[in-house]
Design a protein around this ligand. Structure first.
Ligand SMILES: NC(=O)c1ccc[n+]([C@@H]2O[C@H](COP(=O)([O-])OP(=O)(O)OC[C@H]3O[C@@H](n4cnc5c(N)ncnc54)[C@H](OP(=O)(O)O)[C@@H]3O)[C@@H](O)[C@H]2O)c1
Length: 298
């Protein structure tokens, strides 16, 4: 995939120029090419999240200054893409949000935006058009009790999205938090909040059996399938209690015979861009709460 070097645009009045220190590779980067997703014209510069230093601020920008270390989500316009040395970011998108604490490296910070946004927008974006379950966000009073003691099942806990799904489930009070992963990732996932890690290489029927044993008869009303392959979607759907909610990161592929009439299972295919018009409000709110200086969730 082409990358572009040494391009140093002058930011418009409401934008900032960022010198990129770290960016990430995501499945999206190859899917754009393989499936022709999202990109309207070529040549296209890829890369959708990064961390770096503000190099120059547009004349109307109030909230950022030269030298600020920030993290941000890019988008599909070449000037906003992150596989290049300099990238332009609209200042309102970074609004206060994204200063990087001193104890977080650029590499670590660059891996935050997409995974976090994919989980947070799918859970909390309240816009009528949002692909979200519209639950109360972590900072809402109702969240303090709504999920307490209720199981969460996160399929693919060691994926980027999965690690945020575990952390937000933990912060929301879910318990137990059951996840599937390779065993060598179990310690990491427990450090993030998973209470049980089921070996994903077991046969699907055995994985389901383990999950049900751990839930101990409690209905699993929340499943986040961060992998969303056909196999994991079937597992997710089977584990989900009637009336429960399933979030997917890829298009629904659950066979029709699973979607039985009357089981009331709600399936939401999330769209993890905080820049999508229907996610903007949540994106800005989230950013202001991720900021580091007055205590943070990060
Ligand atoms: N809809 C959206 O807006 C959106 C946004 C972001 C991502 N996505 C999609 O979400 C998916 C995950 O993306 P990501 O960046 O989080 O992935 P990632 O970080 O590349 O995840 C890789 C990890 O997933 C785990 N994994 C793979 N197959 C698994 C399975 N069958 N069961 C359990 N774990 C499995 C493996 O963990 P182990 O090492 O533990 O085996 C692997 O190391 C991708 O398809 C991506 O395109 C969608």
């Amino acid at each position: 995939m082409p990358t572009q070097n040494n391009r140093r645009p002058t930011p418009a009045p409401q934008k900032v120029l960022v010198k990129i220190a770290a960016t990430t590779l995501n499945p999206l980067d190859w899917k754009i090419q393989a499936y022709g997703l999202y990109v309207q014209s070529y040549p296209h510069i890829a890369g959708c999240e990064a961390a770096g230093t503000v190099e120059e601020v547009g004349s109307e920008v109030q909230n950022l200054a030269k030298g600020d270390r920030i993290l941000f989500q890019g988008d599909f316009a070449n000037t906003h893409a992150t596989f290049q040395q300099y990238c332009v970011v609209p200042a309102d998108r970074t609004s206060k949000c994204s200063h990087i604490p001193d104890n977080i490296s650029f590499d670590q910070a660059a891996s935050v935006p997409l995974g976090l946004a994919t989980v947070a927008t799918g859970l909390w974006s309240l816009h009528p058009d949002a692909r979200s379950v519209k639950w109360p966000a972590l900072w809402e009073q109702e969240c303090a009790t709504k999920f307490a003691g209720k199981p969460a099942l996160i399929l693919g806990g060691s994926s980027s999205v999965g690690q945020y799904a575990i952390q937000l489930a933990k912060l929301s009070g879910h318990s137990p938090i059951i996840t599937t992963a390779s065993p060598h990732n179990a310690a990491l996932l427990k450090s993030l909040g998973a209470t049980h890690v089921v070996d994903r290489s077991l046969a699907p029927a055995d994985v389901l059996c383990e999950i049900q044993k751990i839930a101990g008869g409690m209905p699993i009303e929340y499943v986040y399938d961060t992998i969303s392959s056909t196999d994991t979607q079937v597992l997710a759907y089977d584990a989900l209690a009637p009336g429960g909610t399933l979030l997917l990161t890829q298009t629904a592929a659950t066979p029709d015979d699973k979607a039985k009439d009357g089981d009331g299972k709600r399936v939401v295919f999330v769209f993890g861009s905080a820049h999508a018009p229907f996610n903007r409000a949540l994106g800005l709110e989230l950013c202001s709460r991720v900021r580091s200086r007055e205590g943070s969730y990060m």
